[in-house]
Design a protein around this ligand. Structure first.
Ligand SMILES: C[S@@+](CC[C@H](N)C(=O)[O-])C[C@H]1O[C@@H](n2cnc3c(N)ncnc32)[C@H](O)[C@@H]1O
Length: 225
C-alpha cells in the first residue's frame, strides 16, 4: 500500500486530534476543532436530517482519512442499518491511527472496538463492523473510482480544499456524485467557496449555505430534489 510520509499529528482547539499533511499544506480537519467540525458539517447537516427520511442508509465518503466521519456516523445512529462506502488514496499508517485517541472524547468512549475495526478491516472488501454498520473502503484515487450503484442517500465530500485540489471540485465531479444519489439525497461539505457552489448548481444540485463551525462562517448542503 502507498504510504504518506509527510504527515504530522496535530491537536486541534477542541482537544481532538487531526493530521497535517506537509506537502499539501493542509490538515484533515479545522484547527479550531476536528470533532466539532465533523459533527456539524457531516452529522448535524447531513446524517441527522437524512436518517429521518430514509430507512436504511447508503453513505459515500470522499477521503476516509482518520475514519472520524465513519466513527461519528456509527456512533450517532448505532441501530440504523448503514452501508458506508468510501475511497482513500493514501491510507493512514497504523502509528498515526493509534495516536488519534478519538475514543478518549466523551461522546466516543464506548467506541474503541468500532474505531479499531474501521481501520483494521481489509481494503476493497465489505466488512460488518457491527450488525448494523457495514463498511466498504476502497484504496484508490477518487478520480479513477467507478461507482457500481446509484442509490446513495448521503455524501460526505471531504477532499482537501479547492486551492489544493482544483480537480476534485469541478462540475464533472459533482455530476458523477449527483448521479449516484437517490431523489432527496444530499451532499454535505465544509467548503463554501463560490466556485464550489456554482459547480454544484451546474451539476443539478439545490445548494444551501448553512452556519459553519468555529472559524468558518458557512458550509454547504446540496440536495438532489
Ligand atoms: C481533508 S482530508 C479528510 C479526511 C477524512 N475525511 C477525515 O475525517 O479524517 C482529505 C482526505 O482525502 C484523501 N484524498 C485526497 N485526494 C484523494 C483522491 N484523489 N482520492 C482519494 N482520496 C483522496 C486524503 O488522503 C485525505 O485522507
Amino acid at each position: 500500500m502507498k504510504e504518506n510520509n509527510n504527515l504530522q499529528l496535530i491537536l486541534t482547539e477542541d482537544k481532538s486530534y487531526s493530521i497535517y499533511n506537509e506537502v499539501v499544506g493542509e490538515s484533515y480537519h479545522s484547527h479550531k476543532g476536528a470533532y466539532t467540525e465533523s459533527m456539524l458539517v457531516f452529522i448535524k447537516n447531513g446524517l441527522l436530517p437524512i436518517m429521518n427520511v430514509f430507512q436504511n442508509l447508503k453513505v459515500f465518503e470522499m477521503g476516509f482519512g482518520t475514519g472520524l466521519n465513519a466513527l461519528l456516523t456509527q456512533n450517532t445512529a448505532p441501530s440504523k442499518t448503514i452501508f458506508y462506502e468510501t475511497v482513500e488514496a493514501f491510507p493512514l499508517e497504523k502509528r498515526f491511527i493509534d495516536l488519534l485517541s478519538y475514543t478518549d472524547l466523551p461522546d466516543l468512549r464506548s467506541s474503541l472496538h468500532v474505531f479499531e475495526s474501521l481501520h483494521l478491516c481489509d481494503w476493497n472488501k465489505e466488512a460488518a463492523i457491527t450488525p448494523y454498520f457495514t463498511l466498504l473502503k476502497h484504496h484508490c484515487d477518487f478520480l479513477d473510482f467507478e461507482f457500481n450503484s446509484n442509490d446513495f442517500h448521503l455524501i460526505y465530500y471531504d477532499a482537501f480544499s479547492l486551492e489544493a485540489q482544483q480537480e476534485l471540485w469541478t462540475e464533472d465531479v459533482f455530476v458523477k456524485l449527483y448521479q449516484i444519489l437517490v431523489e432527496g439525497g444530499v451532499l454535505v461539505t465544509y467548503s463554501s467557496k463560490g466556485q464550489v457552489k456554482r459547480a454544484l448548481r451546474s451539476a443539478g444540485f439545490r445548494v444551501e449555505r448553512l452556519a459553519g463551525p468555529p472559524g468558518k462562517r458557512h458550509v454547504l448542503r446540496a440536495t438532489k430534489d
